[in-house]
Design a binder for this molecule. Structure first.
Ligand code: SF4
Length: 442
């Protein structure tokens, strides 16, 4: 194992009197992090971001360790005893020091805390929800490979994550102990993809696949890339958010060899967009790896227009595209974090027209029992006839839109004075029609 040198050299005290060493970590044998030569190769790139919590509780950790993802990974807080040194709590957990440092320890309703620290409601409301709402087990073609949509396949390489998110869809995996697919199992998955020529898109996921060493990951990516009909590879990972130091030069150099690779990450709140996260995403983009974000809509975390607007604007600033806004799945132990579906629709409605379309994710419900993703959005179509639609715009104005090719042409765009109790048409005065449009073609 190449893993022992850093940990054994860096016996570090998270708090005075408590030492965290390699032997403390239950999952290490499986994690196989890379050699010590892969530490961030340009320390000057790392911005000195010290949150209040880092100053107060973790200020004694030197920057060279704070910037080393292996140190964070090995020093994850995984027991009540460890975590209670920082926050009063009540159950088992795992959180990286980086993510812990983002929590406002004085705020019991802190949105970062809600994602990382267990709540008693996970137990008291556990009767609601399902263990495996997406029925991923049922759709597994071979162990670890989910083939639900014809042209896409999902390879689950491990169940290990740097942090255990309280809203995780795969919470069921947590009780199975830490595991990583072995070479033989990965071979079976790859053989399946080789045989299924309709698979043009392979997603590697987990757990978090970046918990594997860069060397191991390269072995898998190179084999996927060698399959001719696989056009793109996607990686699902929360490392840029919870342990951005993992996105180091060694990893990015490796990824750049096997493109096109797209990376989907999981920012849920604007406060997760730290300088370290910005550096991580910048490195990925510069390595030719576009970064998309998949947010989960969570009660008390990001369930408002303001929170989503701040998050999506922050993502665009670090070159990350807001991709999906997911309704939180019906997973046992997450009911206290779930919102009514209407909240997601209202959030999108509050954003549409008030910011650029680039900042607006697609709101989706991933249907239970493996029904797949269904996009939901506000209803802008008030009525339709043979040849026109009556549409509502983002300001609530109601307009007619000629629908070409279905009947004879009606009058040009007209404003509707009222839509209930009979439609009264009132043409906007000449010159005011489309006044907000820039005509780019004669
Ligand atoms: S990183 Fe993803 S897979 Fe891992 S616990 Fe969080 S939500 Fe679940």
């Amino acid at each position: 194992m190449k893993t022992s040198s850093v940990a054994s050299r860096t016996q570090v005290t998270l708090r005075p009197g408590r030492h965290y060493t390699e032997s403390c970590r239950k999952t290490e044998a499986a994690e196989e992090p890379p050699s010590t030569s892969a530490v961030l190769n340009n320390a000057e790139e790392e911005p000195p971001s010290k949150t209040a919590t880092r100053y107060k509780r973790l200020g004694h950790i030197p920057d060279n360790l704070w910037n080393d993802w292996r140190w964070h990974f090995r020093n994850r807080i995984t027991t009540v005893e460890q975590l209670s040194q920082f926050i009063p709590l009540s159950s088992e957990d795992s959180v990286t020091p980086h993510y812990l440092s983002l929590i406002d320890l004085n705020d019991p309703d802190d949105p970062i805390r809600k994602q990382a620290i267990p709540s008693i409601q996970e137990m008291t409301m556990s009767a609601l929800g399902m263990e495996d709402p997406l029925e991923e087990k049922k759709d597994s073609a071979v162990p670890g490979l989910v083939h639900r949509y014809p042209d896409r396949a999902l390879m689950v390489l491990t169940n290990i994550c740097p942090m255990l998110c309280r809203h995780c869809t795969r919470k069921r995996e947590w009780r199975n102990g830490a595991w990583v697919r072995n070479d033989a199992e990965i071979q079976v998955m790859l053989d399946y993809v080789r045989r299924h020529k309709e698979v043009r898109d392979v997603i590697i996921s987990g757990g978090d696949p970046l918990t594997l060493s860069t060397r191991r990951l390269e072995g898998i990516l190179s084999k996927i890339r060698a399959i001719e009909h696989v056009e793109i590879i996607r990686i699902g990972t929360r490392f840029p958010v919870v342990l951005p130091q993992r996105i180091d030069a060694e990893l990015c150099n490796m990824l750049s060899k096997y493109g096109p690779i797209w990376l989907n990450t999981h920012f849920n709140h604007v406060r997760e967009i730290t300088p370290e996260a910005a550096v991580a995403c910048d490195r990925l983009v510069r390595s030719g790896v576009p970064v998309n974000n998949q947010t989960v809509l969570l009660r008390g975390v990001n369930d408002s227009v303001e929170a989503q607007m701040a998050l999506c604007h922050g993502l665009l600033r670090i070159k990350v595209r807001p991709y999906y806004l997911f309704q939180c799945d019906e997973v046992q132990g997450t009911e206290h974090l779930r919102t009514p579906v209407e909240v997601g629709i209202k959030v999108i409605e509050g954003m549409r027209g008030h910011t650029s379309g680039l900042a607006i994710p697609t709101f989706v419900v991933d249907l239970s029992h493996g029904g797949g993703k269904v996009p939901l959005q506000p209803n802008y179509v008030l009525s339709e006839t043979e040849d026109e639609l009556v549409l509502r715009n983002y300001e609530g104005r109601v307009l007619h839109y000629r629908n070409p090719g279905r009947g004879k042409s009606p009058e040009p765009a007209a404003e509707v004075a009222g839509v209930s109790g009979g439609i009264a048409l009132k043409l906007a005065p000449e010159g005011e029609r489309n006044a907000d449009r820039v005509i780019v073609r004669p």
